[in-house]
Design a protein around this ligand. Structure first.
Ligand code: ADP
Length: 230
């Protein structure tokens, strides 16, 4: 099969429990097509972060099928997990930037880990910072930037290695409504150039203004779609 014909994410009857907390994801069926952008919604505790962690292979599902970029994550050998994760960019609510490193070095991190040449790193870091409109901040330390700017640095770090899939867990949870909308449109821009995007958010007002599919989770299950208004 041609790699491009496979969905970006495909899960069937996916279940997950944590020790002592019972089943937190229950029989999830979900497909994200390549090039699609979608939102995972639901109240706190619904299982959104857990689902993203399974997709990023930060944890392993107990049962069911999970294919990401054609890779079967239920059977992926441990030694291949790091290479798999390099195909994915992840953005968290808390930005997760290193405060003692300059913006440039934070964004460069995934490329340094891959062992790229310094000249290539510099070119790609600047392209990523330009894409989030923060080229001017390359020498700044993260804590001197606003929350919205710090999240844009985190997005630059997530896309600098040109991932096929961008995952974001409540990326606007710490931002005010105007900045949140800006960040969502930034994700949309990356999606428009071909990156598949899946964003967990409980901010329904924001999500529903975006022209994207919404998958609602409720207590670890996919909620039935709301009936169409008459
Ligand atoms: P959401 O992202 O929608 O808020 P989570 O995936 O974080 O939901 O959590 C789903 C459920 O799993 C919650 O009941 C939460 O308490 C539980 N949970 C999450 N992480 C752990 C963990 N590491 N150990 C035990 N229970 C957990």
């Amino acid at each position: 099969m041609v790699a491009g014909a496979q969905p970006m994410i495909h899960m069937e009857q996916l279940c997950h429990s944590y020790p002592g907390s019972g089943e937190v994801l229950s029989h999830i069926d979900f497909t994200l097509q390549r090039g699609e952008m979608a939102f995972l919604t639901g109240p706190s505790g619904a299982g959104k972060s857990t689902l993203l962690k399974l997709i990023a292979c930060l944890d392993r599902a107990d049962q069911g099928q999970l294919l990401v970029g054609g890779v079967n994550l239920r059977t992926l050998p441990r030694r291949r997990v790091a290479a798999f994760r390099q195909r994915i960019g992840i953005v968290f609510q808390s930005f997760s930037l290193l405060s003692d490193r300059r913006v440039f070095d934070n964004v460069a991190m995934p490329l340094v880990i891959r062992g790229l040449y310094p000249g290539d790193i510099a070119r790609r870091v600047r392209a990523a910072l330009d894409a989030v409109d923060l080229l001017r901040a390359e020498r700044a330390f993260p804590l001197t930037l606003s929350g919205g700017e710090q999240q844009r640095v985190a997005i630059a770090r997530a896309i600098v290695a040109k991932p096929e899939l961008l995952l974001a867990d409540e990326p606007t949870g710490n931002l005010d409504p105007a900045l949140s909308a800006e960040i969502m449109h930034l994700f949309r821009r990356f999606n428009e150039v071909g990156v598949s995007v899946l964003i967990a958010s409980h901010q329904l007002d924001l999500v529903r203004r975006m022209p994207c599919r919404e998958i609602a989770l409720e207590q670890g299950r996919i909620a039935a779609p709301a009936p169409a208004s008459p």
